[in-house]
Design a protein around this ligand. Structure first.
Ligand SMILES: NC(=O)C1=CN([C@@H]2O[C@H](COP(=O)(O)OP(=O)(O)OC[C@H]3O[C@@H](n4cnc5c(N)ncnc54)[C@H](OP(=O)(O)O)[C@@H]3O)[C@@H](O)[C@H]2O)C=CC1
Ligand SMILES: CC(=O)N[C@@H](CCC(=O)OP(=O)(O)O)C(=O)O
Length: 348
């Protein structure tokens, strides 16, 4: 069994990791940390785990975590980078769900995250954990930086088009909407039921920290000689608990010679266990992926004009965070990529 540690077990991504790993056939959680809840049994805080997880929270301790084969960080930005050098020195491998190691340009990171990076020397070693893009590099990585939730939905939607250089990479538009768990578990007035229910709004329209991350991966998936990316990204808050819906718009470079897009998408993702290209004319819905690691996609070309639209849905906590983190662990340890993730979405 792979010995797993989790730093930050009381947030939504931490408890989602526990839900998935509790049923993983080849991994067991040995250490789960929380400074505020140290000493408290996990199942006291999360009764859904009663009978499945027999552990208590402990203080984060590098020596204890270093005895694990792999450590997940489910902590706010800025935490993993401070513990990373000491932890990697113990020989354990790390999967970071935060944004600390996602952006290769540390000045750009500092600009968007409003703090100086605490561990710039390890940034270039980190592998961006989008398996459909970086599977080979993930296999041998010591440090995997899991993509953010909006980036995952948008990057999977646009990858077949950019990989085949079919659209203008400098005129991409991503309108995406997230459920409230995307904002984490901390108490904030703006996330109260009374503030968000029965309403819908955009936020961060003039700039959201996922923009540089989205653009970096959109460049990585293009042929090297033409890699550019300029994205207009507008996130929205949906009055629901889980799920992201991204509507992505791209302009065809040569509309008259476009291949059959449905066939292109189906072929691109034919061997991918966690991307489902839906039949032409489908409208994927967030509830069809609730609690599962699948990204459901559909592509269309409204009125046959030169704008291509790709619709993409994920569960922000599963494919957008903890499920993708477990998928990365499976790849790193040479396991069946779907181990512990063969879950049918909860519908309705
Ligand atoms: N929510 C989502 O949909 C997604 C979240 N993410 C990312 O995953 C990470 C976790 O998010 P989320 O689960 O929402 O959690 P929260 O940010 O709500 O939870 C944070 C956890 O980290 C622990 N923690 C906080 N500060 C420290 C510290 N200095 N040292 C050690 N532990 C600390 C907390 O426990 P305690 O303070 O008791 O130690 C708590 O368990 C974030 O970086 C987030 O951006 C990524 C994709 C999607
Ligand atoms: C609804 C909501 O507030 N969503 C979060 C993003 C979700 C996320 O967790 O992304 P990171 O891992 O990069 O933090 C936000 O817009 O800040």
């Amino acid at each position: 069994m792979i010995k797993v540690g989790i730093v930050g077990g009381t947030g939504y991504t931490g408890v989602e990791l526990l839900r998935l790993l509790a049923k993983h056939p080849q991994a067991e959680v040995n250490v789960i940390t929380s400074r505020a809840e140290a000493g408290i049994p996990v199942s006291d805080l999360y009764p859904n785990l009663r009978g499945h997880v027999d552990l208590a929270f402990t203080e984060p301790d590098v020596e204890l975590l270093g005895k694990c084969d792999v450590v997940f960080f489910a902590t706010p930005h800025g935490v993993a980078q401070n513990l990373m050098p000491a932890l990697l020195a113990t020989g354990t491998r790390v999967i970071d769900l935060s944004a600390d190691f996602r952006i290769r340009d540390t000045d750009l990171w500092a600009h968007w995250y409003d703090q100086t990076h605490g561990c710039p020397e390890l940034v270039s070693e980190a592998v961006y954990g989008l398996p459909e893009l970086n599977r080979e590099a993930i296999k041998s990585a010591r440090l995997v930086a899991c993509p953010g939730c909006y980036p995952t939905a948008a990057q999977l939607a646009l990858m077949p088009l950019l990989h085949n250089a079919l659209v203008d990479p400098e005129h991409l538009i991503i309108n995406a909407a997230s459920g409230a768990t995307g904002a984490g578990r901390q108490a904030k007035v703006g996330m109260l039921l009374t503030e968000i229910s029965d309403s819908f709004k955009a936020y961060g329209a003039s700039g959201h920290r996922h923009l540089p991350e989205i653009e970096q991966a959109l460049r990585d998936m293009q042929p090297a000689d033409s890699a550019k990316a300029q994205v207009t990204f507008i996130p929205h808050l949906l009055p629901m608990v889980r799920g992201i819906h991204a509507t992505c718009y791209a302009r065809a470079l040569a509309p008259e010679t476009l291949p059959d897009l449905q066939a292109l998408f189906e072929q691109h993702y034919a061997d991918e266990p966690f991307v489902d290209v839906m039949p032409a004319g489908s409208h994927p819905e967030t509830r069809s992926v609730k609690g599962s690691n699948v990204c459901r996609i559909s592509v269309c070309q409204p009125q046959g004009r030169d704008t291509i639209v790709v619709l993409s849905v994920i569960d922000n906590l599963t494919r957008g965070a903890s499920g993708q983190a477990v998928q990365n662990m499976n790849i790193m340890f040479g396991l069946d990529e779907t181990a512990g993730l063969d879950v049918v979405a909860l519908l309705p």
